[in-house]
Design a protein around this ligand. Sequence first.
Ligand SMILES: Nc1ncnc2c1ncn2[C@@H]1O[C@H](COP(=O)(O)OP(=O)(O)O)[C@@H](O)[C@H]1O
Ligand SMILES: [Mg+2]
Length: 317
Amino acid sequence: MASQVNSPLPPGFQLEQYRIEQQLSLGGFSIVYLATDAEARPVAIKEYLPNSLALRKAGEIEPQITEEHQAAFRYGMKCFFEEGRSLAKLMHPNVVRVLNFFRANNTVYMVMQFERGRTLQDFIQRNKGHIKERFIRGVFTRLLNGLREVHAHKLLHLDIKPSNIYLRNDGAPVLLDFGAARQTLAQDTPMLKPMYTPGFAPPEQFQDREHLGPWSDIYSIGAAMYACLAGCPPQRSDERLKKDQMEPATKRWSGDYSPHLLETIDWCLNLDPLARPQSVYALQKALLTRARHVPNKTPASLLERVGNRLRALIGRS
Ligand SMILES: Nc1ncnc2c1ncn2[C@@H]1O[C@H](COP(=O)(O)OP(=O)(O)O)[C@@H](O)[C@H]1O
Ligand SMILES: [Mg+2]
């Protein structure tokens, strides 16, 4: 059942007081729709529908869950629900706003404020290798305000990556898609494997889960900043543990970005959880320090870079 694709609810479908307009995305764990509420205001609705456990055929509304997957499906639903309940308490401009939560069609729905913009992942794809330092500092400093609020509520995100960071049209970042429920599930129910993108998850997420903490989300923030520079994720952390081939940011982009930003990225990407910034506040402080000296330029051309390296090799500046 693992590779099946679930059919979305059809446009025009009335889901409680909401009308489904169109499907926005289809992940392995859920479907996100654009819908309108009773006052015709747009909302985003996320439907719990893990495709390893539930199948909804075209034209059907309720998913089919085989007997053997019932327990795992229900457990996942409970965690999705708990997660939504916790998220609903969070009110922060840089965290997606949960408006409602309900059960229907034998599954669960989370209603969110509809955001207009695009994901940071999209932005990285379109601007490969040309993202300015000022942009990175601006986006992550504000995003960290949101993450600080999450941690203050004793929650961990555990799935921070560019495709879960939304950039509103006015440039403000919004944290989406809290994977914590999924992560909890992964331990107990192998059928609900976490769907984290390799490269963004810290090593403790693969193994010593008792070591998870704010520093785990901070690793992912570091990986997301690294991806802004590289245009792709860093080497996955479980592989780094065996043979670390990730070139430190300080080496790879020396001369292209301020040493201070590069050092901060490498600090977050430490494999040892204790060697990273231990709190969002500590990281924010680092990101804000010396921000006044940020060069507002795109990365140096290849020629400039080769020149820099050569100069470094022969010891001249
Ligand atoms: N509140 C929202 N407003 C607008 N688009 C959203 C919203 N929530 C999710 N999306 C869109 O749906 C995509 C998937 O949502 P996400 O919560 O990351 O679910 P998953 O990755 O589990 O499928 C996002 O990348 C974004 O494009
Ligand atoms: Mg996502």
